[in-house]
Write a protein that binds this ligand. Structure first.
Ligand SMILES: [Zn+2]
Length: 400
């Protein structure tokens, strides 16, 4: 065993398995940062957590959320067709009745749930198509209220179309002036393909001038001819935004022909575009106009692994990276990871590996932010009587 220097740590997590498979690891934290990651390190600390051979991960990253519409299911009514277009219509019906306090309180509740699940970095789009920017003001307040627990990044999102909604140019600029972090867009919802392309050009120019990141809803459609992603790639290169642009949803790609995609993918790579294959929503929204076979949108890690045929060992590990390190990279978050010098942001899961973390969607035994425990969940071990034996169930194969 090695021994750390004599200085007391704030928090030490012992006997942890790391996402790369290293086991018996000790993570020592001081002043909000990871000071040391070593096998079997013995160290004095204000608080010690024995991970008992369970997985410790950096926090989960939700790279695409809409916190202004969180927890509004059924308001003012349920989406009958299940389509994106009815969803946008429903949101337009709800918008006039929203209040600052209601948006803030629902978002805070959602943040509470996120902390409990170890999701400590969230990028949320916020609708700027409102003359009073009610949601923007509410979410800026939320960003400040949760800053010690969650890194909340906001995207100025012109839900009703940057060119289609008459005041969007003014309100989007005002939102950025107020401190919204990222420039959004929705080219496939503009009236024409030409308007969609024009909106991308103008929004990328705003981002370039203000030195901001870009994250556009792009081609969230089943239409294989919705090709705004190629325009976004071109503008990224033309306006010098390499590595700073994200394209969200991109579901039209499931319907594009192979030849076109073989041209498109190198364009995206050249521009360093991040693709956010989107949350649960696209498995629900896509293919609503199809008979059979029905196309499907892409999804979060557990389901995406199955839906996307990502079942090889390396592919499952890559999927865990998608909801951790890749998300942090896309959001340009510094100090993320499990090395000395990184933020002391950790999630202890009741799982022995990253593959089990996806398979079991396990309890988050402890969630740590800047070296401080901000959520704890007791582990769950059902006790089952079967074939004359009563035993605790771990949901893991027993070693022989
Ligand atoms: Zn979205």
């Amino acid at each position: 065993m090695t021994r750390a220097n004599d200085t007391m740590f704030d928090l030490v997590v012992t006997n942890a398995v790391l996402p790369d498979g290293r086991d018996r690891m000790t993570i020592a934290c001081r002043d909000g940062r990871i000071a040391s990651v070593e096998r079997d390190l013995r160290a004095e600390a204000q608080r010690t957590i024995d991970a008992k051979g369970e997985l410790v991960s950096p926090p989960f990253v939700d790279a695409h959320f809409h916190m202004d519409s969180a927890l509004t299911y059924g308001m003012p009514r349920v989406n009958r067709s299940g389509t994106l277009l009815e969803g946008i219509q429903l949101w337009a019906e709800l918008k006039p009745s929203l209040t600052h306090d209601a948006i803030r309180d629902r978002a805070l509740e959602l943040c509470r749930w996120a902390v409990a699940r170890g999701t400590l970095i969230i990028r949320s789009h916020v609708d700027v198509c409102d003359p009073n920017l009610k949601a923007v003001k509410a979410l800026l307040e939320v960003r400040e209220l949760v800053r010690n627990e969650i890194d909340l990044q906001l995207v100025a999102f012109p839900q009703d179309g940057y060119l289609r909604w008459p005041e969007a140019e003014r309100t989007l600029a005002a939102a950025l002036d107020m401190g919204v972090d990222v420039v959004g867009g929705i080219p496939h919802f503009e009236r024409t393909m030409a308007d969609g392309a024009a909106s991308i050009e103008r929004l990328c120019r705003i981002a370039a001038e203000r030195h901001l990141l870009v994250d556009m809803h792009c081609d969230e459609s089943d239409d294989p001819l919705s090709r705004h992603i190629e325009v976004l790639a071109r503008e990224t290169v033309r306006q010098g935004l390499h590595g700073r642009v994200t394209a969200s949803h991109l579901t039209a790609m499931h319907s594009m022909d192979n030849y076109y995609v073989s041209k498109l993918m190198p364009l995206m790579r050249e521009a360093g575009i991040t693709a956010v294959a989107n949350p649960l929503i696209n498995i629900t929204l896509q293919g609503r106009h199809d008979t059979y076979p029905k196309r499907r949108g892409m999804n979060v890690a557990h389901m995406g692994l199955h839906v996307g045929h990502m079942t090889g060992d390396a592919e499952m590990r890559a999927m865990f990276d998608c909801v951790t390190v890749n998300g942090a990279r896309a959001l340009h978050r510094d100090g993320y990871g499990l090395a000395a010098g990184c933020w002391a942001d950790l999630v202890l899961l009741q799982a022995g590996s990253v593959i089990d973390a996806i398979r079991l969607r396990p309890a988050r035994l402890a969630v740590i932010r800047r070296g401080r425990v901000i959520a704890e969940t007791p582990g769950v071990r059902p006790v089952v009587t079967l074939a004359g034996k009563t035993e605790e169930v771990t949901f893991r194969p027993r070693s022989a």
